[in-house]
Write a new protein. Structure first.
Length: 158
């Protein structure tokens, strides 16, 4: 059975104590703030995926969740973290990037029924504008379009 996205307001399913079926709670669209004990995940949304079977749990399903939550296919600026059971954001986040990372989750699926994931977006600086030839807006330059001799490129830094 494939994991199913829980509808808003729908109650969580109940799983048996030795069952290898679990839910995945996904925090996404927010940002991490603070350090140490002050670390928090601010803003964003929360979605759940239920009826996940340990036998089929793999990084493929995380990629599927990423797609279903409208982040595209394998976005380069998205990192996925698992919050270890019983831990806090300050000391319990582990990166998930491959099936190798998923193996520990599978091993404890009979005890843990709700795995908590966080999507973190690495925001990069906006690209700097391309260098413009010096004097591009100078009226003298605009009057003589073919005369480019002597122009130098100047990088504009912000």
């Amino acid at each position: 059975m494939a994991p199913r996205r829980r509808k808003e307001g729908e109650p969580p399913p109940k799983y048996g104590p030795k069952s290898k079926i679990f839910s995945v709670e996904v925090h996404h669209g927010g940002v991490f703030s603070g350090i140490g004990v002050d670390r928090a995940y601010v803003g964003g949304q929360l979605d759940w995926f239920d009826n996940v079977e340990a036998s089929s749990w793999s990084y493929f399903w995380i990629e599927e969740f990423i797609m279903l939550l409208n982040y595209g296919f394998s976005p380069r600026n998205l990192k996925v973290y698992w919050l270890l059971p019983g831990k806090e954001l300050s000391d319990g986040l582990r990166t998930l990037a491959s099936d190798h990372d998923i193996e520990v989750m599978k091993a404890v699926a009979d005890k843990v029924k709700n795995f908590v994931l966080f999507f973190d977006h690495e925001w990069h600086e906006e690209p700097k504008p391309a260098a413009e030839p010096e004097g591009v807006n100078d009226p003298e330059f605009l009057d003589n379009e073919n005369d480019v001799e002597g122009l130098t490129l100047v990088a504009h830094c912000s």
